[in-house]
Design a binder for this molecule. Structure first.
Ligand code: ZN
Ligand code: MN
Length: 487
């Protein structure tokens, strides 16, 4: 099926909020892992916004925020500060959020998508999360409860440039961003716990009467899954187009609107019509001093940053000779990638074989048994040993798979299993030749057929020899002896 391209160009930028992986909150000592805790048990005067309570910045949160910026190729200005973003909402006890306005911790970076395209990162700044509201109904009366456990949890807001031109590309961006943040140890990005949220700016551009029309954009707030992002962007861009075509309010409106996404009704709904940055009355946070991350600290963080997914993929392909497909599949699962790395450290000669084991037998067995790799009996030592034995011609690949099955089931020593199962490959020419002669005597018809020019008859003879010797015969040697005998 082919889908007609829409009659407009889509332009999207994404603001992502992720909770940082710290033990304590941004400005107090309360525990930051709030998810699942009984309501209002992880609170203190600071994160409840009680009068007179003073914030103390979390050093670890600042380091993690800089790590994220480094991983996203941002620069870290020498002078930054915290600002108050003022607004009133029941989940915000102070009546303002401590955020960063005009001097963020990280500016001007980029993130590479699997396609190779680079999406610009405008900024990545540090702020604090709000509490959460729970709406309910009791005997026909609606009520709302507030839980401040999440209040003050460190948040990183990452703002992209409007560099994406489809919902799919938007999804690739947030997936790649998630990978980078997890690799950098900055955040677990647990979307299902609300620890990662996306605001997507959607606009459409098209030509009309010889001029470029670029109607005001919509900002879709608080998307918390890839599916929601895909569906909401597709819906809202189409809605903008249809509204414009129908001569709707979009033609006369000047500023952007903010909408929410209802996954149940599969549509967006209007939240606010106009929201200018002035509405927040930003001003420097008077309870905190300006922040000047010193260069030594930034350079030390840079030096200790682990390899990022895009660099790792490049290394797998360029230095280890893996296919793009294998590299992608390994990267998709950090546990598989680690297992692969550990295996090639032990047996560096054949990375392709290591990738085959990890993406083949191991992945299949994990899926079949529904377990995680860390709970499996198989180790990188086992796999390195199997690769070594196959490459040395000691066992065939078929035999190695049988040894693997045994290791997967009970663990143990590959060498011992080869001996117990009698799988050592017979490469001894005299022993093989004996069996070859036997087969040639038994199947004169195949011999004649081969001599008459039917090459496939040789395969049948090899098969007959292999059958007699089980998985033990070395097919390369068998082939050679057969050709010598009848060629
Ligand atoms: Zn607190
Ligand atoms: Mn924010």
């Amino acid at each position: 099926m082919t889908v007609a391209a829409p009659p407009y160009e889509l332009v999207i930028g994404i603001e992502t909020h992720v909770e940082l992986k710290t033990e304590s909150k941004m400005f107090c000592g309360c525990r930051a892992r709030w998810f699942g805790a009984p309501p209002n048990t992880l609170v203190c005067p600071v994160c409840l916004g009680l009068p007179g309570a003073l914030p103390v910045p979390n050093r670890r949160a600042i380091e993690l925020a800089i790590n994220a910026g480094l991983a996203l190729h941002c620069t870290q200005p020498e002078h930054t500060k915290f600002d108050r973003k003022n607004y009133l909402y029941p989940d915000l006890p102070k009546g303002y959020q401590i955020s960063q306005y005009d001097l963020p911790l990280n500016v001007k970076g980029w993130l590479e998508l699997p396609s190779g395209k680079r999406v610009g990162i405008t900024r990545a700044h540090l702020e604090e999360d709000t509490g959460t509201l729970k709406h309910g109904e009791d005997a026909g009366r609606k009520y709302t409860l507030v839980d401040f456990n999440r209040s003050g949890v460190p948040l990183l807001e990452i703002v992209s440039e409007p560099d994406m031109s489809s919902a799919e590309e938007g999804e690739q961006y947030v997936r790649a961003l998630r990978d980078v943040l997890i690799y950098a140890g900055v955040s677990d990005v647990r979307l299902e716990e609300g620890a990662g949220r996306f605001d997507v700016n959607v606009s459409i551009r098209f030509s009309e009467d010889g001029k470029t029309a670029w109607p005001p954009q919509s900002e879709i707030k608080n998307l918390n899954s890839y599916q929601a992002l895909r569906d909401a962007v597709a819906y809202e861009s189409r809605r903008l187009w249809e509204d414009w075509q129908a001569g709707g309010e979009l033609r006369t409106r000047s500023g952007k609107i903010t909408v929410g996404w209802s996954p149940d009704r599969r549509r967006t709904y209007l939240q606010r019509t106009k929201e200018e940055v002035e509405d927040y009355r930003y001003f420097p946070e008077p309870d905190l001093v300006a922040l000047a991350p010193d260069r030594t600290m930034v350079e030390n963080l840079r030096a200790s940053l682990p390899e990022m997914p895009a660099d790792r993929r490049a290394r797998f392909i360029e230095h280890l000779g893996l296919s793009d497909y294998d590299a992608r599949n390994l990267l998709a699962d950090p546990a598989l990638a680690e297992f692969f790395e550990a295996t090639i450290k032990l047996e560096p000669a054949n990375p392709k074989a290591a990738a085959n084991w990890v993406l083949g037998e191991i992945s299949a067995a994990l899926k079949r048994d529904g377990i995680a790799l860390r709970d499996a009996r198989i180790t990188p030592e086992h796999v390195a040993e199997l690769i070594r034995m196959v490459d040395a011609g000691r066992i065939s690949i078929t035999a190695a798979k049988a040894v693997f099955a045994q290791l997967w089931k009970d663990g143990g020593d590959p060498e011992a299993i080869v001996n117990t199962m009698g799988l050592a490959q017979v490469s001894d020419e005299a022993a093989l030749a004996e069996v070859v002669d036997l087969v040639l005597k038994e199947d004169a018809k195949a011999v004649a057929s081969y001599r008459a020019g039917n090459d496939r008859a040789l395969g049948a003879l090899v098969g007959a020899v292999m059958k007699r010797l089980g998985k033990k015969a070395n097919p390369v040697v068998v082939n050679r002896i057969l050709r010598q005998r009848i060629g």
